[in-house]
Design a protein around this ligand. Structure first.
Ligand SMILES: Nc1nc2c(c(=O)[nH]1)N[C@H]1C(S)=C(S)[C@@H](COP(=O)(O)OP(=O)(O)OC[C@H]3O[C@@H](n4cnc5c(=O)[nH]c(N)nc54)[C@H](O)[C@@H]3O)O[C@H]1N2
Ligand SMILES: Nc1nc2c(c(=O)[nH]1)N[C@H]1C(S)=C(S)[C@@H](COP(=O)(O)OP(=O)(O)OC[C@H]3O[C@@H](n4cnc5c(=O)[nH]c(N)nc54)[C@H](O)[C@@H]3O)O[C@H]1N2
Ligand code: SF4
Ligand SMILES: [Mo]
Length: 698
């Protein structure tokens, strides 16, 4: 009698891509094929987007990295043993540190890393490298919302309520969010609500809206001031709430007085009547939410713009009132946790400030070092990339979980800076455009091969679980950091390689911080408990905090702050040489720099190349027809994209997705102007011209 077949291994985990972190069940193995199914996890309730359904393909990508690579004297990357690769990196780092000091070495992290990896990466930078030069791609993502949220509420958690609360809303304002393409399963929670969408484009999300406001890119701050003006003048503010729960309304309202709707219409193009209607829809709904995303945040005035939307929400009494609220839609898989545990230039784990003596003392104690051994704050992401190889800039860079050669603004310049380095090390599982430039490439595990935790957009801590063993020659980041640290003379036990052990340390380090995880454990998560931070370690187990601000905001006096902000406009205006606004963003089928999704056949078939969305009249004026190849040029550079005529576009604006490499990078034309408070680059507006690609006729 033959044995019954062994049951297929199966595990519950989450999608590797965005911050919604849809629940999935994985089944199978590499021989039979790995199958993914959605679970009834609350954020996705049985749904996935096209990227989630096809995510397992990246596990077996034809060009998956399987061995470390080291650049030889002939300039080519060649397979090497782990010992050779790690020795090369350690030796390079030591030499550069001797010649240029600890800040000669730098680290660039990512919001896709698990909490454990992000935590250990920050610790490695501060202790093993002793460098202040660490930042990460989250700076390009939600840093403006984080800065505005911290200032207004005293804490930054993307959504201070569970996504499922949106199901009961009558009105939801989506400011610069294209949820139907960027988090499709979230749309099911918005089915009951009347949507107000603010987007220069008529996106799939805007098409579902009761009201679509279509401002010129970069004018949202004026629009938000106009909406506050209407709320005040039309007597729609919640005066009891404003008096009891906030500070600073007077100055903000005073500022908004100069932004009457007709003036705002002139600047933004949004009709005054539509502005009034939007405010009424929000003010009269018993349950209303204001949500911001990258469209309003990725600007050189992004922090002030988010602050102006928070002002509007506060004036209407939304934040911290059950069934109402303000939130930012965090983007990357661990965009929330990744911004809390120390890979940010100015931060220690638990969302602590690197400049706070108490925080330094606490973290130094857990790490068994002296507080003065911890370096100070470093440069923000773009400033760091811009400084590479320069006179006072770092000479070595370690990249973990980002592809800045494609995704950083003014990317031709960033590529040049990367080339100028003495040592570029990239850990990845595919040969991304940045990895291809590296001196040493370290192959690491993927989501379905590793254990860990991520924190989703609602501050809920989730378990990532392994279905597959890692391929033979592949190591996890935790192992890589351990091996490198030991080679740099660090004690081995300072860098645990077991994620559970790293999480235990993270708990202790975050204890008492703003993002307190000390009451969360793998055991509780694996038992199915729903835990949102803050979750302190209390004698009876703390239930976590799904909803923040119900009683008080996180400032010492418990009140939220209005911000006194004014409109000043984008860094670059249109001119006769560059007469159009260009904005950039996402399509459903691709993820970020495309390093992963461009390796999935179904997704590249869906969108094989970049396009430029243009109004037919604008296209005709510049000599372009549908499907022509066009050159889009700014003062910084040009790229090529295929024309897509769209009669719903504004006449003055074109849109290009940023998921494509080389000469098809949207970031060849974007502007690296930075928000002075958050360091966020102005991805969402710059001045361009579009012309037919020379030599190509329609
Ligand atoms: N399919 C897909 N989904 C993703 C991702 C992905 O790469 N692909 N990435 C994830 C990540 S990291 C993030 S951050 C989120 C981002 O999610 P979203 O913020 O929804 O994505 P974007 O496409 O960057 O920008 C949203 C919208 O902003 C609009 N916009 C452009 N300029 C302006 C402006 O000046 N004002 C206003 N009001 N709107 C403007 C664009 O037209 C676009 O429709 O998506 C996550 N989900
Ligand atoms: N023009 C324009 N540019 C933009 C934006 C925009 O809207 N417009 N949006 C910005 C935003 S919001 C974001 S978030 C950034 C994102 O841009 P990137 O930081 O480039 O993001 P990804 O493409 O996700 O890059 C992640 C890389 O790390 C690898 N990776 C994934 N997981 C892991 C891991 O666990 N460990 C390691 N070592 N590697 C891993 C992937 O294979 C990939 O090569 O782009 C920004 N750039
Ligand atoms: S919405 Fe985000 S988390 Fe859900 S399946 Fe798509 S990419 Fe994955
Ligand atoms: Mo992002």
């Amino acid at each position: 009698m033959s044995e019954p077949p062994a049951p297929l291994p199966e595990t519950n985990t989450h999608c590797p891509y965005c911050a919604l972190q849809c629940g999935t069940r994985l089944r199978g193995d590499l021989d039979t094929g790995v199958k993914v199914q959605p679970t009834f996890f609350p954020v996705n309730r049985g749904r996935l987007c096209q990227k989630g359904w096809t995510a397992t393909e990246v596990l077996t990508a034809a060009d998956r990295l399987t061995r470390p690579l080291v650049r030889g004297s002939d300039g080519r990357l060649k397979e090497a043993s782990w010992d050779t690769a790690l020795d090369t990196v350690a030796e390079g780092l030591r030499t550069i540190r001797t010649e240029h000091g600890p800040d000669g070495t730098a680290v660039f992290g990512g919001g896709g890393l698990t909490n454990e990896k992000a935590y250990l990466l920050g610790k490695f930078a501060r202790l093993a490298l002793r460098t202040s030069q660490i930042d990460y791609n989250g700076r390009f993502c939600m840093s403006s919302a984080a800065a505005a949220g911290n200032a207004a509420f005293g804490v930054d958690r993307g959504l201070p309520f569970p996504v499922t609360d949106l199901r009961g809303a009558q009105t939801v304002l989506l400011a610069g969010a294209n949820v139907a393409e960027t988090m499709p399963p979230l749309m099911q929670h918005l089915e009951q609500a009347r949507l107000i969408v603010i987007d220069p484009r008529r996106t799939p999300t805007a098409r579902r809206a009761a009201l679509h406001l279509q401002p010129a890119p970069g004018t949202d701050l004026a629009l938000a001031l106009g909406l506050l003006h209407v709320a005040v003048v039309d007597g729609l503010t919640d005066q009891d709430y404003v008096r009891e729960r906030t500070h600073g309304f007077g100055a903000a309202a005073q500022r908004a007085m100069a932004w009457w709707p007709e003036r705002v219409e002139e600047i933004t193009g949004v009709p005054a009547g539509a502005q009034r209607r939007a405010v009424r829809m929000l003010a009269e709904a018993p349950s209303a939410y204001v949500l911001t995303s990258r469209g309003v945040e990725q600007h050189s005035d992004g922090t002030d713009t988010v602050a102006a939307f928070i002002n509007l929400a506060l004036s209407l009494g939304l934040p911290g009132r059950p069934g109402n609220g303000y939130g930012c839609l965090t983007g990357q898989g661990n965009g929330q946790g990744g911004r809390e545990h120390g890979q940010k230039a100015d931060q220690l784990p638990g969302y602590r400030s690197l400049s706070d003596p108490w925080a330094r003392a606490h973290v130094a104690r857990v790490w068994s070092v002296a507080p003065e051994d911890l370096p100070g704050p470093g440069r923000s992401a773009y400033e760091l990339l811009d400084a590479l190889g320069g006179e006072r800039g770092p000479r070595a860079l370690l990249v973990f979980g980002s592809n800045p050669a494609v995704s950083a603004p003014h990317s031709a310049h960033v590529t040049e800076r990367l080339v100028s380095l003495d040592l570029l090390v990239v850990a990845d599982f595919v040969p991304s455009e940045t990895a291809r430039m590296a001196d040493v490439v370290l192959p690491v595990t993927q989501w379905a091969e590793e254990e860990g935790t991520l924190t989703n957009l609602e501050g809920r801590v989730l378990r990532r679980r392994a279905l597959l063993p890692p391929p033979a020659e592949i190591r996890s980041e935790l192992e890589v950091l351990h091996d490198l640290a030991v080679r740099l003379g660090e004690p081995a036990n300072r860098y645990p390689t077991d994620p559970r052990q790293v999480f235990e340390e993270l708990r202790a380090t975050s204890r008492g911080g703003r993002a307190d995880y000390s009451g969360i454990s793998y055991k509780r998560l694996d038992a199915g408990e729903v835990l949102h931070w803050p979750c302190p370690d209390t004698p009876g187990p703390h239930p976590g905090t799904p909803r923040l601000f119900l009683d008080r905001f996180a400032h010492p006096d418990g009140r939220a702050r209005f911000a006194d902000v004014d409109f000043w406009g984008p860094a670059e205006e249109t001119s006769s040489a560059h007469p159009l606004y260009a904005t950039t963003g996402r399509v459903l089928a691709h993820y970020q720099s495309g390093a992963q999704t461009r390796r999935v056949a179904e997704l590249t078939e869906a969108v094989p190349e970049p396009f430029v969305e243009v109004h037919p009249d604008t296209a005709a004026r510049w000599g372009l027809a549908d499907r022509d190849l066009a050159t889009i040029s700014s003062a910084r550079g040009s790229m090529t994209a295929r024309v897509r005529l769209d009669p719903t576009m504004r006449l003055d604006t074109v849109f290009v997705p940023f998921h494509f490499p080389h000469e098809r990078r949207a970031n060849l034309f974007t502007h690296p102007a930075l928000d002075p408070r958050s360091g966020m680059p102005e991805f969402k507006v710059c001045a361009v011209r579009i012309t037919p690609l020379p030599g190509v006729t329609s």
